[in-house]
Design a protein around this ligand. Structure first.
Ligand SMILES: Nc1nc2c(ncn2[C@@H]2O[C@H](COP(=O)(O)OP(=O)(O)OP(=O)(O)O)[C@@H](O)[C@H]2O)c(=O)[nH]1
Length: 349
């Protein structure tokens, strides 16, 4: 008997836009669907996988959460993604739906194109690409703010073919979208939201639908079942990179950097977080996330910074046998001064 193709939803969006939060909500409201989740993260700590495994949703057991940590999914399609999918499809108990969270720095295009590979195409189709947008970051000009810097660099180097790396990635992720979720609307007012809508619309020629959300709360029925078959349309959604480098040059993530900072226990979390805000602002850190050991507390502290907005809360008990510790992954542009950021974070403890 011919098996129906399994729908796969690709969830993309810049660092910290709210992808993991939205997926967590989706898993908790999946209405009986069994979902397999493939998560790809930039940085070596696997925070997203941990957060999702901890959510205890019936729709997705720990076995169904697969982490791809070997670099950004767009660059490791052949080595990581295809073998992972093949293994998933060989399972006896196949999922009803596959959800793929790309890293915040990934270009969705190569991933979607992989669904045209023969070993995948017969069994899976892309239900849709959903791009999550951090509305507060757009309203704050995060993706348009270094025109001057780039223009200045271009004067020095006329071969410079890139716009700001943030702006370019933002546009590439929007270009791939079948549905755009304007998330974090709780952080902006009505006027801000209108300007975000206008800006997002101006950056995508295909004009996909936009919906608004707070904490990624979008009904599962809206996210799953778009039924687009995006892989058939991927040639119409080329990234800047593909348009610029059709001569076959390799894409990479040289514009961004990440490292992990290990720290001692944090005795005064509130004061630490306040000082961390200063470090992030001073060094223009794009994203910082991880866990902290707070002496005397049975739970570990989850720390999530997107720009200098930081959320922190006690997340789950340290597991038996797990070594208590403080580990944070830091992501920034390539010119971020790693030694200075490390020293500043250490001094914030
Ligand atoms: N105020 C507010 N915060 C949000 C919202 N959605 C997510 N957040 C917070 O934003 C931070 C980043 O959210 P994540 O879901 O981890 O973002 P992500 O896109 O998965 O991040 P990366 O995987 O690092 O790219 C967390 O601290 C979330 O709690 C929202 O709608 N409003």
């Amino acid at each position: 008997m011919l098996q129906q193709k399994i729908p796969a939803t690709v969830i993309t969006g810049f660092l910290g836009a709210g992808k993991t939060t939205m997926i967590r909500n989706l898993l908790q409201n999946a209405g009986g669907k069994r979902i397999a989740l493939i998560i790809n993260e930039f940085g070596d700590l696997g925070v997203d996988g941990d957060v999702l495994k901890g959510c205890g949703a019936e729709a997705c057991s720990e076995d169904d959460i697969i982490e791809l940590t070997n670099g950004c999914i767009c660059c490791t399609v052949a080595d990581d993604f295809i073998p992972t999918m093949t293994k998933l499809l060989e399972r006896e108990n196949r999922p009803d739906h596959i959800v793929i969270e790309t890293s915040g720095l990934a270009l969705p295009q190569p991933l979607v194109a992989a669904f045209n590979w023969p070993e995948i195409k017969t069994q899976v189709t892309v239900d849709g690409v959903i791009t999550v947008v951090d509305s507060a970051a757009v309203a704050a000009g995060r993706f348009a703010d270094d025109h001057d810097k780039v223009d200045a660099l271009r004067v020095e180097d006329e071969n410079l073919d890139h716009e700001s790396p943030l702006e370019e990635l933002f546009e590439d992720q929007l270009t791939a979208a079948d549905l755009i979720v304007l998330n974090k609307i709780d952080l902006i007012d009505a006027e801000g939201l209108k300007s975000v809508r206008d800006e997002v619309a101006s950056r995508t020629a295909r004009k996909p639908s936009m919906i608004e959300a707070k904490n990624g709360e979008v009904a599962a029925a809206v996210l799953l079942g778009l039924g687009v078959g995006t892989e058939d349309d991927i040639a119409n959604r080329k990234s800047h990179h593909e348009l610029e480098h059709e001569n076959g040059e390799e894409h990479d993530h040289d514009e961004f950097d990440s490292f992990v900072v290990e720290l001692p226990a944090i005795a005064e979390p509130a004061a630490f977080i306040e000082r961390l805000k200063g470090v992030i602002a001073e060094h223009d850190v794009l994203r910082l996330k991880g866990f902290a050991d707070v002496p005397g507390k049975p739970l570990r502290l989850l720390v999530q910074a997107v720009g200098s907005r930081i959320d922190h809360y006690f997340e789950r008990a340290w597991a038996p046998g797990e070594t208590r510790g403080t580990r944070l992954v830091v992501i920034g542009l390539h010119d971020m001064d790693e030694a200075a950021v490390r020293a500043a974070i250490a001094a914030a403890v």
